[in-house]
Design a protein around this ligand. Structure first.
Ligand SMILES: O=C1C[C@@H](O)[C@H](O)[C@@H](O)C1=O
Ligand SMILES: [Co+2]
Length: 298
């Protein structure tokens, strides 16, 4: 058992309705989704595209179910658009999350990203940033980190398949070239294992900068098919490359061990986007909940 003191459990709405492919789970309403999150025993959620846009309305619905927003995804375009465009959108997202009481903003650079392109192989064709793009990205992230700090929040960078920050070398460069007091890391087990990285080494190396955790597992046979058949990220998701922790190839013991020994505090978010017609969201959310209880006592 790996104990934690100040960790809360959330689940991402992407298991009910997929933001990247809204036809997956189109039948679930916002209320269905949050009812089932609460029923499965979670106390937190990230933000999905069916969630009310007005913070007071969203908060009231979540409060009724004992749920809290812990973070939301933010797409930056620091490498491809003027800084001010990302800054303006970021301030809106920051203020929205702040009104909901969230402390984290999960930023992922979408300049040149292929994560949302249905027919582009995720393995061969991920972007590689130029020197100038790295400079724009890292200085821009420092700026976003300062804006987050104004509201006592943190930018947690989400490394992601099909983007310019996916591999160990890219994560290293991002961590080296950003200010450690302004830019932090969102640790997502599924993306690291899918990419072929040593996820435990990365966890140990950046534990002092990891301030948000996505727990995602990988189905090995689907991952191999994606690589051999040169499928896109979204085709991989449709075929079930991701699942809930405990249901795939990842050994979560060393993950929980390092996080527990290093006194990680904050949120664990179960995030396992897959086709809800094949993997019932409530059933899988409950499976993950039991797995985490068994491993951590949470
Ligand atoms: O945190 C995430 C948000 C999703 O929209 C994304 O595509 C998913 O893979 C992820 O890890
Ligand atoms: Co994630």
């Amino acid at each position: 058992m790996y104990p934690f003191k100040n960790v809360k459990l959330a689940v991402a709405p992407i298991a009910w309705t997929n933001d990247d492919m809204p036809e997956l789970g189109a039948e679930y309403t916002f209320e269905n989704c949050i009812d089932e999150m609460a029923l499965a025993g979670y106390v937190g959620s990230e933000v999905g595209n069916k969630y009310p846009k007005e913070p007071a309305v969203l908060k009231a619905a979540l409060d009724e179910r004992g749920l809290q927003i812990c973070n939301a995804w933010f797409s930056s375009f620091l490498t491809t658009k003027p800084l001010e465009e990302t800054v303006e959108a970021f301030i809106k997202q920051r203020d929205f999350l702040h009104a909901l009481g969230a402390k984290r903003i999960g930023v992922a650079e979408q300049g040149h990203s292929i994560q949302g392109l249905m027919d582009v192989p995720v393995i061969d064709q991920k972007p590689v940033f130029s020197e100038e793009e790295w400079h724009r990205l890292t200085t821009g992230l420092n700026r976003l980190g300062e804006l987050a700090a104004e509201k006592d929040m943190k930018v947690v960078y989400h490394h992601h398949m099909g983007t310019g920050v996916q591999t160990t070398a890219e994560i290293d460069r991002l961590m080296e070239q950003t200010d450690p007091n302004k830019v932090f890391l969102l640790y997502d087990t599924g993306h690291l294992v899918f990419s072929g990285e040593d996820h435990v080494m990365i966890l140990k190396k950046y534990i002092n900068r990891i301030f948000h955790v996505h727990l995602k597992d990988v189905r090995q046979e689907v991952m191999e098919t994606v690589k051999q058949e040169k499928l896109s990220f979204l085709q991989g998701v449709r075929q079930g490359v991701f699942t809930v922790p405990g249901d795939g190839m990842i050994d979560f013991d060393p993950v929980f061990k390092v996080l527990s020994e290093q006194g990680y505090e904050g949120w664990f978010v179960v995030e396992a986007e897959q086709d809800p017609a094949l993997a019932n969201p409530l059933e899988y959310a409950k499976m993950a909940r039991s797995f985490i209880k068994e491993k951590t006592g949470l």
